[in-house]
Design a protein. Structure first.
Length: 403
């Protein structure tokens, strides 16, 4: 399955986003008449325009996500989570989705029809979150995640000078107390599990702000330095207060409940575009689990199914050695693929770096996570953020990396 070409990392996508005429703080209007009585060539053109306008609108409305994706036009802003703005965004997406669904695509060329299906699924995903999940009102991680990623997205790559990134961080830090206050107001039906994870994240963010962020403090003037430090300290205090307030509310919070089979089936079909329902996915999962257990039973030693660092020819002595050794395996894998002519690797693939996972992400990503280049990134480097090295760790990913 391909990604819609209007949201890819190609040059066309960058041109669309850099077109200042498409970037507006107001919600672009949708004219339903534009979808009526169109020729076969005019209708796909209308879809292209809708996609361009939507991505430009989305990118500006979610500035932190844009920074994560490699688009740094709004690095000094956080997302507006006021109830009115949340409702406005949901209404806009729903209206756009209704119009996209109404498009008659039977006579479109194959590629255009595929783009229509993929774009519709992207909108369905956002609308599903607005209608069913309602995370702005149920998931405290929305607000801790916004704060964490607001800074992390400025640190991962050297896309600009340290000074400019530090100034952007200062601006974002200043907005965090108000964001967290708004978050507490929005969270009328918070889920206990989400709150517990958010509490852990908020209380683990100190190293990111106190250490990682301050590496950018190299060319700031004395006043800019003081402003950064003050904004950082106030933001940290607000994050800790947010965690404390959530902790007080935990006893009255609702337990996590699944979204329900009907909603899950809808998600599988309309968002993931799978020809399966929930029962069929469960059946596949059970069959695969049984198959792999059977394969384990065929091993000469059952212990081989569990990665054990003791079997490694060399155990890295420290964190830096571990990260370098793990990263060096990329060359081994590329050579293996090339030597056996298994597939052709495109020339635009960038390096894949292994880095230590920041503490703030451990509650929700205990095994670490992969971070491919953003769709707007000029730098093709990708990352795998892995937990802190410990040769005695029971973490599967660390054990596998050593072995």
């Amino acid at each position: 399955m391909r990604q819609s070409r209007y949201d890819c990392a190609g040059e066309a996508s960058r041109l669309y986003v850099s077109n200042k005429a498409l970037i507006t703080k107001s919600t672009p209007g949708i004219n339903a008449d534009a979808f009526k009585n169109q020729s076969v060539s005019a209708a796909p053109a209308a879809l292209h325009k809708l996609a361009d306008d939507y991505y430009a609108w989305r990118n500006e409305n979610y500035p932190v996500r844009s920074s994560e994706a490699g688009l740094h036009s709004w690095d000094d802003r956080l997302t507006d989570y006021s109830p009115g703005k949340i409702a406005e965004r949901a209404k806009h997406v729903r209206s756009l989705l209704d119009n996209v669904r109404a498009m008659k695509t039977d006579n479109w060329p194959k590629d255009e029809r595929i783009d229509w299906i993929l774009f519709r699924a992207q909108l369905d995903n956002v609308d599903f979150g607005d209608r069913v999940l309602k995370f702005e009102f149920t998931n405290p991680q929305v607000y801790t995640g916004e704060c964490t990623n607001a800074i992390f997205s400025l640190l991962k790559k050297d896309y600009d000078t340290p000074r400019k990134r530090a100034l952007a961080a200062t601006a974002r830090l200043k907005q965090m107390p108000a964001l967290l206050k708004q978050g507490l107001s929005n969270l009328q039906k918070p889920v206990k599990l989400y709150a517990q994870l958010a509490i852990q994240s908020a209380r683990s963010i100190d190293p990111l702000l106190n250490n990682s962020l301050m590496a950018l403090d190299v060319d700031l003037s004395p006043n800019e330095h003081e402003e950064l430090v003050k904004a950082r300290d106030v933001a940290l205090a607000a994050l800790h207060a947010y965690a404390d307030e959530l902790e007080k509310r935990v006893p009255k919070m609702v337990d996590f409940t699944p979204m329900g089979e009907g909603n899950y089936n809808y998600y599988l079909k309309h968002v993931l575009l799978l020809p399966l329902n929930g029962s069929e996915v469960e059946t596949i999962g059970r069959a695969e689990l049984a198959r792999y257990r059977a394969l384990e039973a065929l091993l000469p030693d059952p212990k081989l199914a569990d990665p054990d660092p003791k079997r490694a020819p060399k155990i890295p002595p420290d964190q830096e050695s571990f990260l370098k050794a793990y990263e060096s395996r990329e060359i081994e894998m590329i050579n293996f693929l090339n030597e056996h002519n298994l597939l052709t690797l495109p020339g635009y693939l960038g390096p894949f770096q292994i880095r230590q996972l920041p503490e703030a992400f451990k509650p929700t990503s205990p095994g670490g996570f992969m971070n491919p280049p953003g769709v707007y990134d000029k730098d093709p480097t990708g990352f795998f953020f892995i937990p802190t090295y410990n040769p005695e760790s029971k973490n599967f990913y660390i054990r596998a990396a050593i072995g």
